[in-house]
Write a protein that binds this ligand. Structure first.
Ligand code: DLL
Length: 434
């Protein structure tokens, strides 16, 4: 029976937890013997592999942070000899060395199965054709989605990101039914389609699988109405595997089911490291329990969200993580007020005439932090008189203040003046860091 049918995803909780414990114990035993970093950190914490007797014992293990991966650059966290590694990916990050991850052939197979299960959760079948616009390369998005789609039996068009006009012609001619990409690239693509006079109504998509960056419910509504498809959120990170760590089901599109037969998820208070109960918002922490080349224990993702264990109409018993609101390191602190770019996005997208292209610029002027929200508006509105544009800016600025308590200067700018994304969007320019 193929693993991407639902049998692993509808297991009773007790069975899932028993499977997780067995897999956790064997992972811990293996990395204690093979990865010096883990042996040292477990020894420091006074824990031996045989002390892991229940899933609760996971809490006794130290966290792993991005810095640990950098300190062990490039291969010192690998748990298998290099001859067993068949693939290497790396995440660019914005500063410092990239984090490098490796996969054995079994890891690649598991990843393909999980991505096949992800596509299946999004409603895809072997009859579908995938237009895969996630970038191919060191980034895990392109190849990760590609292998999973093939595993499910879909026909894959490996277009990657960029060359957008050609992508639209391919969409018209090859008639793909599933689209995968970052939401910000799709916004750009939709804009170019409009310029070319192509209406998504005349294309053949039934679902779009979007992720690799935060996007709001308002952005989902925008994408669904523009593209005439169901927009499904997919989450993952290279350190834990790549795309396919969790995904929404097409039945509810409400929270992303974590593939708990391969990963254990926790939410912690980012300040104290304490585990938070389900429903409370904090930092996502992942432990892999089946990976061979690059197992990871209690990895602090910096992604902020909460968990939901309510039953789902799709029948999956795997816990759901709510849509991440952003990363703790992307959170802006403006004069002491914390705000995520996604929160500003949700206010912008509620305003009529505003286009979904924006950028946040942070400066420090005379020792005071200032936030400028640059956002494009509809061509027709841009030609309006100055007074009504100013009124609109004030209106948006007031809404941001009212919802999130942060003072922002809003600047309405002409369409197509904010840089478009081919992959992950750069939403924030923080001049304080220069
Ligand atoms: O972005 C893997 C991926 C590819 C996921 C394609 C989904 C689709 P990294 O480049 O290592 O891996 O970046 C991981 O991206 O910690 C989050 O901050 C962010 N991220 C990924 N998916 C989502 C999402 C890939 N659905 C980092 N919502 C993660 C919000 C996301 N943030």
């Amino acid at each position: 029976m193929p693993i991407y049918n639902k049998s692993f995803e509808t297991m009773p909780r007790k069975e899932i937890e028993a499977l997780q414990l067995k897999r956790l114990q064997s992972t811990i035993e293996r990395i204690y013997a093979t990865v010096p970093f883990y042996k040292t950190s477990f020894d420091k914490a006074g824990i031996k592999p045989e002390d892991i007797k229940s899933l609760n014992d996971l809490q006794r293990l130290p966290f792993t942070a991005k810095k640990d991966l950098r300190d062990n650059y490039p291969y010192d966290m690998f748990a298998v000899p290099m001859e067993k590694v068949v693939r290497i990916h790396a995440s660019s990050g914005t500063t410092g060395k990239p984090t490098v991850v490796g996969y054995t052939q079994n890891d690649i197979n598991t990843w393909a199965q999980l991505m096949a299960r992800s596509f299946s959760a999004a409603g895809a079948t072997s009859r579908d054709i995938l237009h895969n616009a996630f970038g191919y390369g060191l980034f895990t998005g392109g190849i990760g989605a590609h292998y999973g789609a093939e595993k499910l039996g879909m026909a894959v068009i490996p277009v990657s990101g960029g060359n957008t006009k050609r992508q639209i012609t391919i969409m018209q001619d090859f008639k793909p039914t599933i689209l995968s990409a970052t939401p910000s690239y799709i916004l750009h693509l939709a804009e170019i389609a409009e310029e070319m006079g192509v209406d998504f109504k005349d294309l053949h998509f039934k679902a779009g699988i979007f992720g690799a960056e935060p996007w709001t419910e308002n952005m989902r509504a925008e994408l669904e109405s523009k593209l005439h498809l169901k927009a499904i959120d997919i989450y993952g990170l290279s350190e834990v595997m790549g795309p396919g760590v969790s995904i929404e089901c097409h039945e509810e599109q409400k929270g992303l089911h974590v593939f708990e037969d391969h990963f254990i998820v926790e939410i912690i208070d980012p300040k104290t490291g304490d585990i938070l109960p389900h429903g409370e918002t904090g930092e996502l922490v992942f432990t892999s329990i089946t990976k061979e080349a690059f197992p990871i224990i209690r990895y602090r993702t910096k992604d902020i969200t909460s968990l939901n264990c309510a039953p789902c109409t799709c029948g999956r018993t795997h816990i759901r993580m709510n849509k991440p609101s952003g990363r703790s390191d992307d959170m802006l602190i403006i004069r002491g007020v914390n705000v995520f770019p996604s929160q500003i996005e949700s206010v912008l997208m509620e305003t009529k005439g505003i286009l979904p292209h924006y950028q946040l610029v942070v400066d420090r002027i005379k020792n005071l932090d200032t936030l400028t929200v640059k956002v494009e508006i509809d061509e027709k509105l841009f030609s309006d008189d100055i007074k009504s544009l100013q009124a609109m800016e004030t209106h948006i600025s007031d809404n941001i203040k009212e919802h999130y308590g942060v003072s922002a200067k809003v600047m309405l700018v002409e369409p197509k003046t904010i840089q478009r994304s081919q992959g992950k969007a750069v939403r924030v320019i923080d001049n304080r860091k220069l």
